[in-house]
Design a protein around this ligand. Sequence first.
Ligand code: GRF
Length: 200
Amino acid sequence: MFRIAVLVSGNGSNLQAIIDAKKEGYLNVKIASVIADRDCFALQRAKDNGISTYLLSKKDPNFQNYLYNILTKNADLVVCAGFLSIIEKKIIDRFRNKIINIHPALLPSFGGKGMYGEKVHRKVLEYGVKISGCTVHFIDENVDCGPIIFQYALPVLDDDDVNSLSQRILVFEHQLIVEAIKLISLNKIKVEGRKVTILS
Ligand code: GRF
């Protein structure tokens, strides 16, 4: 069965969406491991569902080596679902177009180093853009820059704050990440340079 590793750092609602989609039979994949770079609620979600977990320390000089070793043993696809560490080139080279990330804005806007979580939504609101959304993309060596698989746009409302905007976007993050995993696991995604197409 197609094996995925899910990388997490926080609440793990995207991980939960993946677990639920598998339970419902929408995703026919094995969640082989959940790997965290800090203690977080996502780890608990994984344990509650009998998934192997790994807690790695970013301070450990072998952090990236451990990550590499776990992934090479048990992942066909690596899913960054709110993972806050930057993945080193050796792993990106080994998993070229096999690592995906969910970002809570419409890339290439409001992305890049240091743009994660609430910071993204705060910048979106400060800038006054009328549309935001989320992006699922492959990871390459530049932060938030790899080929885009899916985007979903929704209006920024006049009375939105960071919380309301992030909550509305999160609903679509969950759908996009599950859909991307499904299509990749079915080998229905083609990548040519930056261009990603869905095969019928
Ligand atoms: C999501 O908004 C994701 O896009 C961002 O971090 C958040 C993680 O949410 N990278 P969760 O941990 O999956 O609930």
